[in-house]
Write a protein that binds this ligand. Structure first.
Ligand SMILES: [Zn+2]
Length: 310
């Protein structure tokens, strides 16, 4: 309880807010139960930095982000979930009371819930956002001095998918928090990872001829996450030096996202009609050349070719 009060104070002090429309699609369900264990505040080590995963203090863009440890908040266990959903569900913040019918939606929404806690904890002196990666770790990133609407403007028309209007052009309440785009990106990648794993493990049956765009969404949001890098380069290029986490986490998570997409996009339940067009446009459309050039400028042609195929 003391922890919740402390966070409430933080909320009032730094202007962090939670969007009212965060849960637009999921339906209520009883998959999750009240946490049996105390919350983050009682967990020794929460917020402690993990040792650098790269080459020491001289962290390069490709050496990996600096990780924060995110220990479990509970010991929820259900063999029907699969390991990745279990990992995420065991980090469910104590204050989260939502329930979602669909396991991949649970992974997505619980990722948002964890991000919310990370945002509160880390935004003490300036605005930051946090991104949970299964395996008990999160990266904290300073918000760059751009608007979310700047990100929307830098998404080439050929790369605007079905979620563009809702998340990029819409959601004006997040305009001063451009890393909201990465909040969604990471939630979609975690959700896609859970959906693929559950299919591969035979934990979820997909009716024949019924397709889900969960895996496609990970690619669509990788495009938008990349547009943020272009917007930052155009409008606040000093952000890369102010916080190396910005470029380091993008590199890590873009690679993770593309691995998830490559693993799942060809599986029968996740084949999506717009997929070949979107990846083709990302790799070759004329209006996306600035986006591709920016990624190459930041990470070099070898990494860019290996991860994105352009
Ligand atoms: Zn979401």
């Amino acid at each position: 309880m003391a922890f919740a009060l402390a966070l409430a104070t933080l909320t009032a002090g730094c202007g962090v807010f939670r969007p009212k429309s965060r849960r637009s699609s999921p339906t209520p369900h009883g998959n999750f139960h009240a946490p049996a264990q105390p919350g983050y505040g009682a967990q020794p080590g929460y917020g402690a930095p993990l040792p650098p995963s790269g080459a020491g203090a001289a962290q390069s863009k490709l050496a990996g982000p600096r990780w924060m440890a995110v220990p479990p908040t509970n010991l929820l266990l259900d063999p029907r979930w699969g390991p990745t959903l279990t990992d995420i569900a065991q980090r469910k913040p104590p204050r989260e009371t939502g329930h979602w019918d669909d396991p991949a939606t649970s992974a997505h929404e619980l990722s948002h819930s964890i991000h919310f806690e990370l945002r509160l904890l880390s935004s003490t002196d300036r605005k930051r956002n946090g991104f949970y990666v299964p395996g008990g770790r999160a990266a904290i990133v300073d918000e760059p001095a751009i608007r979310k609407s700047d990100v929307a403007a830098w998404v080439p028309p050929s790369l605007r998918g079905s979620r563009y209007d809702h998340y990029l052009a819409g959601k004006p309440g997040w305009d001063a928090r451009p890393l909201y785009v990465w909040d969604e990106w990471n939630a979609y990648v975690n959700g896609a990872a859970v959906a693929i794993e559950r299919y591969e493990l035979g934990l979820e049956l997909h009716p024949e001829n019924q397709r889900s765009d969960r895996v496609h969404a990970a690619l669509e949001f990788t495009v938008y996450a990349t547009a943020l890098m272009l917007a930052v380069a155009q409008r606040d290029s000093g952000a890369f030096a102010r916080d190396p986490q910005l470029a380091a986490f993008f590199a890590f998570n873009a690679e993770r996202a593309m691995q998830v997409w490559n693993r799942g996009a060809g599986l029968p339940p996740f084949r999506w009609d717009d997929g070949p067009r979107l990846i083709g446009a990302l790799r070759g459309s004329a209006d996306a050349e600035a986006l591709r050039a920016q990624v190459r400028a930041l990470y070099g042609p070898a990494w860019t070719q290996r991860v994105f195929g352009f």
